[in-house]
Design a protein. Structure first.
Length: 259
């Protein structure tokens, strides 16, 4: 029988090999692929707004479910195009622990990709704000979303960021396990849907949501966007995606093989 997916130990090894490639990419290429990833996530984020705009006044749970059903398309496009997403690249710490990459290579990737993700997300948010697509429902939903996200306490944003990126990197992990396009779609869809419907916080998605709210009229400074949301959420994403998940599976699948 043909094998249709990698075993967890094989996924762990493939993740390390992938991280080696990512750590050795040029800054120019990382920046381009990072910008594209920010745009891809932004597309999924705006689709979430569009399908959720009026349902939130009827049933919040149903609104979140339907919005969460389209948001994962963003990560699908990231994976299928080979773009670079900061939150997914948090898994590179497995390669760092295996001494396959250096801290310099890791930070080069993370910092460059993070900047690229921000540029791509803000660029798309600005362009969408100029399309005239923001009807009254979309406008109100986006402004309320922006106010809610910037009203979180540091602790709340941090914890939601942790819980979010555990699921995001598990989506990347599951996509690595899958061996065909349809399997990868489902492997990505379920974990990402789960984090969105649960209300967790994703730093790159928020790089789209919050600037879009600002461009559409929300009275908020860029400093507030960073201090009230992006910084604590990013730290949480790192804890969830670069510490918790990689540590667990490094100990389970890589460490025994090295002894």
């Amino acid at each position: 029988m043909e094998k249709r997916f990698f075993a967890p130990s094989e996924v762990a090894k493939a993740t390390i090999v992938s991280a080696e490639t990512k750590a050795n990419q040029s800054i120019e290429r990382l920046l381009i692929l990072g910008i594209m990833a920010g745009i891809h996530i932004g597309y999924g984020a705006f689709a979430y707004i569009v399908v959720s705009q009026s349902l939130s006044n009827i049933d919040v749970g149903l609104s979140k479910l339907i919005g969460a059903s389209v948001f994962p398309v963003g990560l699908m496009m990231v994976i299928f195009t080979g773009s670079e997403l900061f939150t997914g690249n948090n898994l590179m710490t497995m390669a760092l622990a295996s001494k396959k990459i250096t801290i310099k290579g890791l930070l080069k990737n993370w910092i460059t990709v993070y900047i690229g993700n921000f540029v791509g997300s803000v660029l798309l948010a600005y362009m969408i704000s100029k399309t005239g697509l923001a009807n009254e429902n979309i406008l109100n939903f986006t402004l309320n979303l922006g106010m809610a996200k910037t009203s979180l306490t540091f602790e709340t944003a941090l914890i939601r960021g942790i819980l979010c990126n555990i699921l995001v990197v598990l989506g990347v992990w599951s996509a690595t396990a899958a061996q065909d396009i349809i399997s990868r779609i489902f492997a990505i869809w379920f974990p990402i849907m789960l984090f969105v419907v649960s209300g967790y916080e994703h730093s790159i998605a928020n790089m789209f949501f919050l600037p879009l709210a600002k461009f559409l009229g929300l009275n908020i400074a860029w400093a507030d966007i960073w201090l009230s949301n992006l910084i604590p959420v990013t730290l949480g994403n790192i804890i969830g995606g670069a510490v918790i998940v990689p540590t667990a599976y490094y100990v389970a699948y890589i460490l025994p093989a090295r002894k």
